[in-house]
Design a protein around this ligand. Sequence first.
Ligand code: ADP
Length: 333
Amino acid sequence: LGSYNRDLKTGKMDCSETCKLNFGISEGQQFNYEDLLRSIVPEHRDMVYQKVQKAITTRTPYHSEYLIRWPDGSLHWINASGLPKYDADGKATHLIGVVADITKRKNYESQKDDFLGIASHELKTPITGLKGTIQLLERFKDKAGHDMIPRLIDQSAVNLKKIVSLVDDLLNMHRISEGQLYLEKSTFKASKILASSCHNIISQGTHQVYMTGDLDAPICADEQRLEQVLVNFVNNAVKYAPDSKEINIVVKQLKNQVIVTVSDQGEGIDPAVQPFIFDRYYRANHDGKSYSGLGLGLYISSEIIKKHGGQIGVKSTIGQGSSFWFSIPNPTA
Ligand code: ADP
């Protein structure tokens, strides 16, 4: 929090060093009210000026949030408060107050707004589909044997599955942020979750799934949650590598841990964005191609693995594919 004391007559400001730093001004440099106004982006400048003037004339505290441009050109959000001071004749002489850099909070808010927009849009697509198929089904209500009915039921089931999976992601994200991700551990063979997580993809028949390595390796973990991580890896391999028809899953049992790797031969991930893909809401650009999703799957997966005391990661080369892996420590390790 930076503090300032502005002389209303001369425009001179006594600023703390933090106050100057909040405006990108280095120690010892001059910083007056004129400089402050100049740093505010044109769209917000008049609003700030008017609020300050109003506080002085109405003898009320001043408060505002505005965007500034630092001398190095970067944009920052400021939260400012102030209180006018008066002399014995009731004339305003000074405005004293505090300023804080709230850029992080503002960016987070805008990320959240973007996320809400994406989430609503993602939900709207399958809901519209479901609405359409149910309207059609209504038309066939009295024609029990009509050959359209099985197809419409299948379409409804696909859309419903998408809605359930989106809502599950949202609920999981909420649980994680509330610290309510609990594990129910048991010991099972790796092959068990491999089979259940690939069941859908295998039955679709669009991709070949090869499972190799120490398939009988015992894993002590929350079976359902770990399956969720694998389903996410496998679904992403299908989604982001539609032209590569092979998915390889390898289980490696080491002394202290079991490592499971899911590899595709898709477009790969730019090394510059790889460190971010496990972040909440993060979605990479794919050269103009648009894929549906909330940017939550890998974030949820990494929280599940961390909760198990394991590690998660990716190795990827552009044009050659991606290998997502996780490790689970052995209970005795
Ligand atoms: P979502 O798929 O909903 O966007 P995820 O958290 O599962 O969210 O993935 C985050 C991002 O990581 C994706 O938007 C995508 O850009 C990238 N990604 C994930 N898996 C792959 C993959 N197998 N190949 C290429 N990119 C991937």
